[in-house]
Write a protein that binds this ligand. Structure first.
Ligand code: PMP
Length: 397
């Protein structure tokens, strides 16, 4: 075999990139073990059948050919309206490119912002694909730690120092955040805006969890004064409408940048199937109530976790303000997130993601996805807390 490119072989240089435990849990499950999985961000409820009806009707109606590469006009319009309403900055269809999921949007946005060898900042803890996405466009990831004692809100001074030292072209932010559940405060966002301005950065704002906020409100970064021109916003229907498998998302930004992103789409994805887009349009037209219904179980289960944390010492949490996860601090057990996760899977048949999978800043934590039906979720919590108690007893003994 001829040599492969360094770009592709170097995508995930750390081997499994923290997914080892996840694959072990999946293998055990496939072998018939009753594993309770609290790993990836996938709803326990499937896509609303009414959305599937719309998809079916569209496909049967003949929308199975090539669809407009930037997205069908009414969907770009509907996404633009959603962004205008949430950010307060007027967006038109020319500001929106429909992509096969937010992930493709993250790739396209970095492709637009960074040249080969450029530095691209991201906040650690981060969604596990981020460093590979940055490497995938030939750029070099520069993680900037957000600290647990700050509720995982990044500090302006840390960002400014990293921007200064690295000469970065871009900064990737994610609020509501995966894996921490943090929703960035006004002060955090304003600090990021000052750094972006001072260091002439593109801000790539991953807002795929914008419909899942429990405390406070989601503030789109493009809506901050002066930021629209330097922001590429990534969105998706995966989380808001339980449409992960439909692969439907977008990138939004200033028109001059979007013309080039469209060009990239022509040479990579060549668009998204028309019947998927029409189903997405139908989903958006269901309004905010439909999104709230999809989000409700996560809020309920977040509250279940917070209740369980009271009156025990083994685990701590920064109460998540959004998204579908809780980060638990397991340091009182004296274990790493990896070791805790491995033991929990072995002894209690509960699978979580170790914090270390999401960067160095989440060491000593585990991420619990709020993605099992309530009864099973309560059972998983029972086992998780029992396991944690046993580990603390060992430390004390
Ligand atoms: N960003 C974050 C923070 C995510 O958690 C995910 C999915 N887990 C994505 C982007 C990608 O989502 P999708 O491609 O399904 O839209």
């Amino acid at each position: 075999m001829a040599d492969l490119s360094k770009r592709i072989t170097g995508l995930t240089p750390g081997g499994d990139d923290g997914w080892g435990l996840f694959y072990r849990a999946r293998a055990l499950k496939a072998a018939g073990e009753p594993i309770l999985e609290l790993t990836i961000g996938e709803h326990d409820v499937r896509t609303d059948p009414a959305i599937l009806e719309a998809m079916h009707a569209s496909a049967r109606g003949g929308h199975t050919g090539y669809a407009a590469v930037p997205g069908i006009a009414p969907l770009r319009q509907a996404v633009a309206e959603r962004l205008t309403a949430s950010s307060g900055v007027a967006h038109g269809p020319e500001n929106v490119l429909i992509t096969p999921g937010g992930q493709a949007g993250l790739f396209a946005a970095h492709h637009a912002a960074c040249d080969e060898g450029d530095r691209a900042m991201l906040i650690d803890p981060y969604y596990a694909t981020y460093p590979g996405t940055i490497r995938g466009v030939g750029a070099v990831p520069v993680p900037v730690a957000a600290r647990p004692e700050d509720g995982f809100q990044p500090r302006e001074a840390d960002l400014a120092a990293a921007a200064e030292a690295s000469g970065a072209r871009s900064l990737l932010i994610n609020t509501p955040n995966n894996p921490t559940g943090a929703v960035y405060s006004d002060a955090t966002l304003e600090g990021i805006a000052r750094v972006a301005e001072a260091h002439d950065l593109w801000v790539i704002s991953d807002e795929v969890y914008d419909a899942q906020v429990w405390d406070g409100r989601h503030r789109p970064f493009a809506g901050l004064p002066g930021m629209f021109e330097r922001t590429l916003t990534v969105g998706s229907l995966s989380k808001s409408h339980a449409m992960t498998g439909s692969r439907l998302g977008w990138v939004a930004g200033p028109e001059a940048a979007m013309a080039h992103l469209l060009n990239l789409a022509t040479h990579t994805t060549y668009g998204v199937p028309g019947y998927i887009q029409e189903a997405g349009l139908f989903a958006l037209r269901q309004g905010p109530e439909a999104q709230a219904a999809v989000a409700a179980p996560f809020r309920r289960r977040r509250d279940m976790v917070l209740q369980r944390l009271e009156g025990q010492q083994a685990l701590r949490a920064i109460p998540p303000a959004g998204a579908m996860y809780v980060m638990l601090d397991v340091r009182a057990t004296g274990m790493s997130g990896e070791a805790f996760g491995a033991g929990l899977l072995e002894e209690e048949k509960v699978a979580i993601m170790p914090g270390e999978s999401f960067g160095a800043a989440a060491a000593g934590h585990i991420r619990v996805a709020l993605t099992l039906p309530d009864e099973q979720f309560a059972e998983a919590l029972d086992r998780l807390f029992a396991y944690a108690d046993r580990q603390v007893e060992k430390v004390v003994a």
